[in-house]
Design a protein around this ligand. Structure first.
Ligand code: AMP
Length: 288
């Protein structure tokens, strides 16, 4: 496995690979959620490439860019064990050289939900993913359903800008108690860690109400709020029942609706979501 730093080296290594390439973008501090993406890519592609880059452009003021966990040596060992061929772990100035001023704005779907809570976040995500797709030119790129709005933004960008790549969405990997795996979970104290599965329990309550016939989105939102209120350490920022493509909030709840949460547990912001009814399509539905 090659761990490379410069764009030139990545391009050269990519050109030397014969066959299809699957790219898995990450910010490192890898866990089994990330590794599930690597395995899916390995199953579906001749070669797997990963990026490890804590992207400053997607962190807002006070969002602790500096405190984000960084464990490059451990991460590269894990990727090697997963049979990843190529890893790009650039320094910020390699991704954003002096004078950088071009960004990608996926306008409407970047606005609600996490976009409202984190202004500029999805501009940072779309810009870095566009750059990764240009540097690696993969046939497929793998993303986790855990970051549902991120997937919507990237699918929209790929369709709108004609990136020649298939976006593959992989299911959320969870701890035994339902907590979605996240690099941010290491920030949780023992008490907060015990509180954190409340997100999953609230989502499951919404799912079972839907399965019992509830189709009023406000009733589901009220149920989410009530479940989350049962946990004193939880402070709700987003509790949404939205259209899975436009992210517009719904009144009635069709099959495929996206139920998503952003909840502060102490000083840590956790997100999670489920899709109601029909399973989410495995690959992006927006490709032109
Ligand atoms: P991150 O390092 O947080 O930027 O995540 C890199 C990729 O891994 C993104 O596509 C995430 O959606 C995905 N990912 C993160 N956590 C999980 C999880 N628990 N299950 C599945 N995919 C995940």
């Amino acid at each position: 496995m090659d761990t490379l730093h410069s764009v030139t080296d990545v391009r050269r290594a990519r050109l030397a690979l014969r066959g299809t390439l699957g790219l898995v973008p990450t910010m490192g501090a890898l866990h089994d959620g990330h590794l599930s993406l690597m395995r899916r890519a390995r199953d579906e592609c001749d070669h797997v490439a990963a990026s490890i880059f804590v992207n400053p452009l997607q962190f807002g003021q006070g969002e602790n860019f500096d405190r984000y966990p960084r464990q490059l040596e451990r991460d590269t060992n894990l990727l090697q064990a997963e049979g990843v061929a190529l890893v790009w772990a650039p320094a910020p100035e390699q991704v954003y050289p002096l004078g950088f001023q071009t960004t990608v704005d996926v306008t409407d779907v970047s606005q609600p939900l996490d976009g409202r809570a984190r202004p500029g976040h999805f501009r940072g995500v779309a810009t870095v993913v566009a750059k990764l797709l240009n540097v690696f030119t993969p046939e497929r790129a793998y993303f986790g359903a855990k970051d549902a709005q991120q997937v919507v933004v990237i699918e929209r960008m790929v369709a709108d800008l004609n990136f020649p790549v298939d976006v593959v969405v992989c299911p959320t990997v969870r701890e035994a108690d339902g907590l979605a795996m996240s690099s941010r979970n290491v920030y949780l104290s023992a008490d907060e860690r015990r509180a954190a599965p409340v997100l999953y329990r609230a989502l499951q309550a919404a799912r079972s109400a839907y399965e019992q016939g509830e189709r009023d989105a406000n009733a589901l939102r009220a149920l989410l709020a009530a479940r989350l209120a049962s946990e004193p350490l939880a402070r709700v920022e987003v509790a949404s029942v939205a259209d899975p493509v436009t992210l517009v909030e719904l009144e009635r709840v069709p099959s495929g609706a996206l139920v998503s949460l952003a909840v502060w547990i102490g000083n840590t912001r956790l997100i999670d979501n489920i899709t109601l009814g029909a399973r989410r399509p495995r690959t992006g539905g927006l490709r032109l």
